[in-house]
Design a protein around this ligand. Structure first.
Ligand SMILES: NC(=O)c1ccc[n+]([C@@H]2O[C@H](COP(=O)([O-])OP(=O)(O)OC[C@H]3O[C@@H](n4cnc5c(N)ncnc54)[C@H](OP(=O)(O)O)[C@@H]3O)[C@@H](O)[C@H]2O)c1
Length: 339
């Protein structure tokens, strides 16, 4: 079977297509024929060696998110059967409850475990989640990281309800899922982007207030103006240190922020006075558990929600998919189909 592995090369030459023996399932294990994977910002920085302490997980199969069908099962498997359409949880070790260091170690496509950019993968049955019937494999492959993160950010780490005002930054994978899910809940949505064309697409998905952060660098002032100076109830912070102080400036007193992004780096000065003075609650958000994924899927089943995919690349063109995600030209998700 074919798989990509990460090698010690420059640029996207770090992704090499290799032949690997077909895996066979041991007790409790399942072989999944991967039909599609989706890329996240994390996949870029892992392949660039910028994720964990500046080292690349050499020899590892990259990419956390994929969906496919069960093609064989080992002894004792009762959670899924051959033919089931499934996706793997981002952290197979995080079934439920609070996150711990051990659970985080199980993240797919990083230091601790092989990922999904392969024709066949072998996973413990407990890693798997059935995907909604109305979704294609390409659509379902977008759920494990970006979909679950947005779900956690809105409904499990926060209490978004009809009428809640929610700020989303940029039009990447997490933010567009955040927009769709917040709209489902009847929230009032604010979204920023560097592109008027992308903002028009966000509007067509139901965004209430759109702001071009390139043309309006003080975008937080527009958010305040649109909320009569009060600020939004909740923000999904994908920007990180370069945007956090502005986000803090336009979240209301006793409002909340789900913090998960590193788009502008890892460390900078944070306006701690704003946090305490205005009683803002900040929830660190690292994807989510398998149970959260299952609750997201129930909501997708009920609502008929369809993830927004910008482009689908062929398996042989995986490097082009990485390049495209890195260009920032995308809206929503970038997918690689494995035929
Ligand atoms: N902790 C977690 O569990 C978790 C999970 C998923 C993602 N994340 C993090 O969340 C962030 C987003 O991930 P993603 O996969 O959704 O990324 P993505 O799809 O690559 O989204 C990138 C988009 O973010 C927008 N952006 C970039 N710089 C910005 C800025 N300064 N202000 C506002 N928007 C900006 C741009 O949108 P426009 O083109 O519209 O300007 C860009 O296209 C990343 O830092 C990622 O590591 C964390």
């Amino acid at each position: 079977m074919r798989a990509y592995i990460i090698e010690d090369q420059q640029g996207w030459d770090a992704l090499r297509l290799v032949e690997r023996p077909e895996p066979t399932p041991a007790i409790g294990q399942v072989i999944v024929r991967v039909r599609a994977v989706s890329l996240n910002y994390r996949d870029l920085i892992i392949a660039r060696g910028m994720y964990s302490g500046g080292t690349k997980p050499l020899g590892r199969i990259p990419v956390s998110d994929g969906a496919g069908e069960v093609v064989s099962v080992g002894p004792g498997v009762d959670r899924v059967k051959i033919g089931d359409r499934v996706a793997a949880a981002f952290m197979p070790g995080w079934i439920d409850g609070p996150l711990t260091a051990e659970k985080q170690m199980s993240s797919l496509g990083g230091d601790g475990a092989d990922g999904m950019l392969a024709e066949l993968v072998c996973l413990d049955q407990s890693a798997l989640v059935r995907i909604p019937d109305h979704l294609s494999f390409e659509e379902a492959a977008t759920l494990p990281c970006a979909g679950v993160t947005a779900w956690y950010a809105l409904f499990e780490g926060a209490n978004v309800q009809p009428g809640t005002s929610v700020l989303l930054l940029g039009t990447g994978g997490v933010s567009i899922f955040g927009l769709q899910l917040a709209r489902l809940a009847g929230a009032r949505t604010f979204i920023t982007s560097s592109s008027d064309e992308k903002l028009a697409r966000a509007k067509s998905l139901g965004a209430d207030v759109t702001i071009n952060y390139s043309k309006e660098p003080d975008w937080h002032k527009r958010v305040l103006a649109e909320t009569d100076g009060r600020g939004v109830d909740h923000a999904v912070e994908v920007g990180g240190p370069g945007t956090l102080n502005k986000t803090l400036a336009c979240v209301r007193f006793s409002g909340s922020i789900a913090l998960m992004g590193v788009l502008t780096g890892l460390n900078d000065r944070v306006d701690t006075a704003a946090i305490l003075h205005r009683n803002i609650k900040i929830q660190g958000t690292y994807v989510g558990s398998r149970s959260m994924f299952e609750r997201l899927n129930t909501a997708i089943d009920q609502s008929g929600l369809r993830p927004v995919i910008d482009r689908v690349f062929d398996f042989a063109d995986a490097r082009k998919a990485y390049e495209f995600l890195e260009s920032g030209k995308h809206f929503g998700k970038v997918v690689i189909a494995i035929k």
